[in-house]
Design a protein around this ligand. Structure first.
Ligand code: HEC
Length: 128
């Protein structure tokens, strides 16, 4: 009888661990763009003045609601935020210029722009 009870406890503990593991995974799959570790107090840049104008000037021509090269739409705050939090924006701006993924094609943006982008992302990427 004692053994049966112990096995029951064991199964319950394993089940609880499995269920909590799955719950966490679901949360990440359902909301892939939620960034959990950001800190809005470190924010020194503004989306409207430091982030958006460059994307509009340098990226909209090929990444907008109609034309989405590489399946990427950068028109509007929520599309930009999604690509920023996924790491893709900083990646295409800082990757080796010989890569096909280096953006914008044929020219590069100043380092200060990627630094602004990183500050904006780490500062929780608000529509400020
Ligand atoms: C002249 C057109 C053009 C401009 C301007 C342009 N892109 Fe692209 N972009 C492309 C093309 C074409 C691809 C697809 C490349 C591929 O899949 O090999 C692409 C792909 C991408 C991708 C997906 C790369 C990946 O990780 O798979 C991102 C992110 C991106 N661009 C961001 C930007 C950003 C940010 C800018 C502005 C700084 C920009 N692009 C400007 C043409 C452009």
């Amino acid at each position: 009888m004692h053994k049966i009870f112990l096995s029951f406890v064991f199964i319950a503990v394993v089940a609880a661990l499995l269920i909590s593991g799955c719950a966490k995974e679901n949360e990440e799959t359902l909301f892939p763009d939620i960034q959990l570790d950001c800190d809005s107090t470190i924010l020194t840049v503004s989306f409207a003045t430091d982030i958006l104008p460059t994307i509009e000037g340098q990226c909209y021509a090929c990444h907008n609601n109609v034309l989405q090269n590489g399946g990427v739409n950068l028109e509007g705050y929520s599309n930009i935020r999604l690509r920023a939090l996924s790491g893709q924006l900083v990646n295409v701006l800082t990757v080796d210029r010989s890569s096909n993924n280096a953006m914008p094609p044929g020219s590069s943006l100043p380092q200060s722009y990627s630094n602004n982008l990183i500050n904006w992302i780490e500062g929780c990427a608000p529509e400020n």
